[in-house]
Design a protein around this ligand. Structure first.
Ligand code: TYD
Length: 205
């Protein structure tokens, strides 16, 4: 079973991801992330830091995804493990739809066609949502920020995420990221347990 955590920067996704490891250890999930689960992620980090052109950056994110699938996600799913990824395919759909605006004619369609046929669609996606100002205030100093971490960009990214969730309501669980950290953690951990129980009983049938 493939679970993904998504949301704009500052929503507490990575903290949640790390905390889930403690609560779900008996299920032996594989915790992983995009970008950066493989060496391709180093090129992505460099592309982000150097602000290379948006098409190059988008294709590097896709390359990182391909390597991530091949070396981490697919082998773990083949073993029947639960995989929990901090960011995954929807990050591309939400962020690169913004960075490619005006550069490729239909960014979302272009990005989806780049993934179709070889990617693995998550079974469940937790989308953390909060007002952009609140998310930004949780991020580090302005000059230490990545180029995505600007209000006008993140407003659009969050809108894109919500549109993706509307189109696929059975996959997405929307979480109010302004709630207490502990409350979110307990809710998500419980939901993952329920999902894993029902996917096991489906397999038995
Ligand atoms: P991430 O490593 O999650 O952020 P942080 O460095 O704060 O832990 O991701 C780095 C940035 O890359 C983040 O702003 C989101 C962006 N991103 C994309 O634009 N597209 C993608 O496909 C992915 C995976 C991330």
């Amino acid at each position: 079973m493939l679970i993904t955590l998504e949301g704009i920067d500052g929503t507490g996704k990575s903290t949640l991801h790390a905390a889930l490891a403690g609560l779900l250890s008996d299920l032996h999930p594989v915790f992983t992330r995009e970008p950066g689960a493989t060496w391709v992620g180093d090129s992505v980090r460099r592309a982000i830091a150097e602000q290379t052109d948006p098409v190059t950056e988008a294709l590097l994110f896709v390359a990182d995804h391909a390597a991530h699938l091949a070396t981490v996600v697919r082998p773990a799913l083949d073993e029947g493990r639960i995989v929990i990824s901090d960011r995954y395919i929807d990050s591309r759909y939400a962020y690169q739809s913004v960075t490619l605006e005006g550069i490729v004619p239909e960014p979302l369609g272009w990005l989806q066609s780049l993934h179709n046929g070889w990617t693995i669609v998550p079974d469940h996606t937790f989308l953390l949502v909060m007002p952009v100002d609140e998310a930004l205030s949780r991020l580090k100093e302005k000059n230490g920020r990545e180029h995505f971490e600007r209000k006008e960009i993140l407003e659009k990214v969050q809108k894109n995420y919500l549109a993706l969730a509307r189109k696929d309501p059975s996959r997405f669980v929307i979480i109010d990221a302004s709630l207490e950290k502990e409350e979110i953690l307990q809710f998500v951990a419980k939901a993952i347990r329920q999902f894993s129980g029902s996917s096991r009983s489906r397999r038995r049938r």
